[in-house]
Design a protein around this ligand. Structure first.
Ligand code: MSP
Length: 522
């Protein structure tokens, strides 16, 4: 087991009513980058993702396709959600489905404990329900409908009418936890991040919490309530528990203690579930709350939240087919401030691909490897006396490594990349200024040529280590040419200490080839 701390990070689990779009892939990539970074720092990292398969939304979708909800979920998981992980190169450690037996048993165990301890009671409820959100809505969450829904009140997120539901259900005493939650936000100011999201959560809880309806009798696609099998568990109550059922809640105490509590990345639309309901559930069960709940922004297309229901959904593969998985990962992590909304455009990704990946990093790698091959027959040169310019490269390597590591700790993923890119730019500038091709013409400057290329190669190797959590494929290829041992075994927080091979191997092709037609037909 690695020497470092436990770093358990989880994505939300995705509804299987539809296929993934780039908003879903965005959450996956962010979590994967953080997990890879921590793993490569020697932490005991664990990345969990999975699918949310119960509830009315999935049931209705399956029924409308003439299949059972289980058949529908199996098909979507096999054909779409698991393949998504390959498409964007996610190195997850586990994949949980809410229809897994391990999950259903854990949900029942948890619920029974809360029932036995007096946190659950039976009552009546009537309210507006949005099946898209799988949530009861307050009148203030509704907006006037347009088009086909003119004259009706619709959900502000899904733009579809809400339904009036009246049920006799089981309720969780969430209102008991109002003060404890406020105390938590106060005592642990980084529990909900970023600050803008935290402020919203605090003011929401300050308005007062109502008890939560946690069972349904009107349909049966869900986990059965253990003491009253006419009810199934409310889909969110069921889904939130995936974070603990996946790590052995109630069956493997050692594993549970090793992993929990988690860092949770979620889109800002589902922060309330994770920063209010979820910690209240855990408090009721006497378990620690998550380490952090980070609410990231939305990907917008043409200024609107991208979604399948609004027909603005873009499949991740449409982008990876053109630019590759590395470029997908790099672009979304670099171009969008993590925690804020960001607009996607084909022009923007094409421009960054060319300027930053192909011309910036890719070209640097090709030039350094090619010059060592040409001037030193591939043998890695040994540096002689160092000038100020050489030392400055060295200093930047150390500085950006520390900055990127600190940025990752703050979930500032885009800032980590921006810091690392200072080294890309500095190395390109260094080579332009030092002109190794000119020095190479003067045989009396052989030692200086060796120093310049050794310095450039050192910097390039440091970059390869630092970038490996972001662009694993290109860095792996480059590592085959310059590095020794496994790339992922090089400690990322001490990237400048990487071990070089004695000889570089020529790179067969550019790391980021020219893209002839960046925009697929609309
Ligand atoms: N099933 C629930 C989560 C349960 S977690 C216990 C759910 N699923 S979802 O499939 O609708 O959304 C999953 C995640 O994708 C959420 O974090 C959501 O914010 C994110 N995104 C969906 N559309 C998005 C964008 N357009 N942009 C960024 N993230 C988006 O909610």
């Amino acid at each position: 087991m690695p020497a470092g701390d436990s770093f358990f990070i989880a994505t939300p689990i995705f509804y299987v009513n539809d296929v993934p779009h780039i908003g879903h892939a965005y959450t996956e990539v962010a979590a994967d980058v953080l997990a890879r970074w921590h793993r490569q720092r020697g932490d005991d990292a664990w990345l969990l993702t999975g699918t949310d398969e119960h509830g009315q939304k999935i049931l209705r979708t399956a029924t409308s396709h003439g299949v059972t909800p289980q058949e529908w979920a199996d098909k979507l998981v096999t054909e779409s959600w698991k393949p998504l992980l390959k498409t964007v190169d996610i190195a997850n450690d586990d994949f949980i489905r809410t229809t897994d037996a391990r999950h259903e048993a854990g949900v029942q165990k948890f619920l029974q404990k809360l029932y036995d301890d007096g946190f659950i009671y039976q009552g009546e409820f009537e309210g507006f329900y949005c099946v898209g959100c799988e949530e009861y809505k307050q009148p203030s969450d509704l907006v006037p409908g347009t088009g086909a829904y003119e004259g009706e009140q619709v959900c502000a997120i899904h733009s579809i009418p809400v339904e009036v539901l009246q049920e006799s259900n089981y309720f969780f005493r969430m209102s008991d936890f109002e003060q404890r939650l406020l105390d938590l936000y106060e005592a642990q100011p980084d529990f909900v991040q970023p600050d803008s999201v935290r402020n919203e959560v605090v003011s929401f809880v300050k308005q007062g919490l109502r008890d939560l309806s946690i069972s349904r009798q009107s349909f049966d696609w869900g986990v059965k309530v253990p003491w009253d099998e006419k009810h199934v568990v409310y889909v969110w109550f069921d889904a939130l528990l995936n974070y603990v059922t996946a790590i052995g809640y109630g069956v493997d105490d050692d594993e549970f203690r090793r992993r929990w509590p988690a860092v949770q990345l979620v889109g800002k639309d589902i922060v309330r579930f994770h920063a209010v309901i979820w910690p209240a559930m855990l408090m009721a069960a006497g378990l620690p709350v998550p380490k952090n709940v980070f609410g990231h922004g939305w990907l917008l297309v043409g200024g609107e939240k991208m979604s399948k229901s609004k027909l603005t959904g873009i499949a991740p593969q449409q982008i990876t087919d053109v630019f590759g998985a590395d470029a997908f990962r790099y672009y979304f992590m670099r171009a969008i401030t993590f925690g804020q909304d960001g607009n996607f455009s084909w022009e923007d990704i094409a421009a960054r691909y060319q300027a930053e990946l192909a011309n910036g990093f890719g070209n640097l790698a090709s030039r350094v490897v090619a010059m060592i091959t040409r001037y030193f027959d591939g043998t890695v040169p040994v540096a002689g006396d160092l000038t100020e310019a050489d030392l400055a490269v060295r200093e930047t390597e150390l500085r950006v490594t520390a900055e990127a590591d600190a940025a990752i700790d703050r979930f500032a993923i885009n800032e980590a990349l921006a810091s690392i890119w200072q080294l890309v730019d500095q190395l390109n500038g260094y080579i332009t200024e030092q002109e190794p091709w000119a020095i190479a013409k003067d045989s009396s400057q052989r030692e200086r040529l060796a120093t310049v290329l050794a310095t450039a190669l050192r910097g390039l190797g440091t970059l390869t280590v630092l970038l490996s959590p972001f662009i694993p494929t290109a860095t792996h290829t480059l590592w085959q040419s310059i590095g020794q041992g496994e790339l992922t075994s090089q400690p990322v927080d001490r990237a400048a200490e990487w071990s070089s091979a004695p000889e570089v191997q020529p790179l067969a092709a550019g790391l980021f080839p020219r893209i002839e037609q960046p925009e697929p037909a609309a």
